[in-house]
Design a protein around this ligand. Structure first.
Ligand SMILES: [Zn+2]
Length: 238
């Protein structure tokens, strides 16, 4: 998505209170099961509406436009976050979502609307949950900040272990981190004499990045380095 994180307003938060009420009632009846019931309910996505239409464009790996009754509806896939268009794997993620939904008649299980009027929802192609499929294939992250579904967390773990999609990269950059970096560029590492070191070494993977790379100065365990340290990054050439 291209909007800042703050603009992503999931309906999940809104519906949680209602949900907890019904859970609390269940708990009053079956006190022993209160915790279980609350947890189970908290994991269920709430669908406020259901729309059908044809996907007429795919903006990126988590945003599409669907023609619903001759009206174009912009849909942000709920619970996932795909690499940005100008980020590594952004084009691949868009391709992946296109392959799943483009030109197809889909059902949008609506979960809410963000403040810009984008519909948040789960896109179903027949029985296929496209949101979950994007995570399963390693082309989207589970957007844990806004979604707590265990099912999606497990799909992400499996994709990571199998190195599917962008998980083939030893340290793929989460889109929300990428966006944060776009807003506030990280400090350029410097040598002791004050001149900037041109390369960044990921200490965990031993991969070296040059200053044009999105991983430059960004990996959790890393430091500045010279051109002969580590092995070159496959994307930026190190
Ligand atoms: Zn690199």
């Amino acid at each position: 998505m291209t909007m800042p994180d703050a603009n992503y307003v999931s309906a999940n938060g809104r519906t949680t209170n209602l949900l907890n009420l019904s859970c609390a009632f269940a708990g009053a009846v079956l006190a022993g099961f209160l915790l279980t019931a609350t947890l189970a309910c908290a994991e269920q996505p709430r669908f406020t509406d259901e729309l059908q239409g044809k996907v007429v464009s795919v903006a990126d790996g988590d945003t599409v436009t669907v023609l619903v009754n001759k009206e174009q509806v912009r849909v942000r896939l709920d619970g996932i976050d795909a690499p940005e268009s100008n980020q590594s794997f952004g084009a691949r993620a868009k391709q992946a979502l296109s392959g799943l939904v483009f030109g197809k008649t889909v059902t949008i299980k609506k979960t809410g609307t963000d403040r810009f009027g984008r519909t948040l929802g789960v896109i179903m192609v027949g029985d296929l949950d496209a949101n979950a499929k994007m995570i399963e294939d390693g082309w989207a992250w589970h957007y844990k900040q806004y979604n707590q579904e265990n099912r999606l967390a497990q799909l992400e773990d499996a994709a990571r272990q199998a190195k599917r999609g962008f998980w083939a990269d030893p340290a793929p950059l989460a889109p929300w981190e990428f966006r944060a970096r776009q807003r506030t560029p990280g400090p350029v590492p410097e040598t002791s004499d004050g001149s900037p070191l041109a390369y960044w070494l990921n200490v965990s993977s031993g991969v070296r990045h040059n200053s044009t790379c999105e991983h430059f100065g960004q990996t959790k365990r890393g430091r500045s380095c010279g051109p002969d340290e580590g092995r070159p990054c496959g994307k930026c050439g190190g």
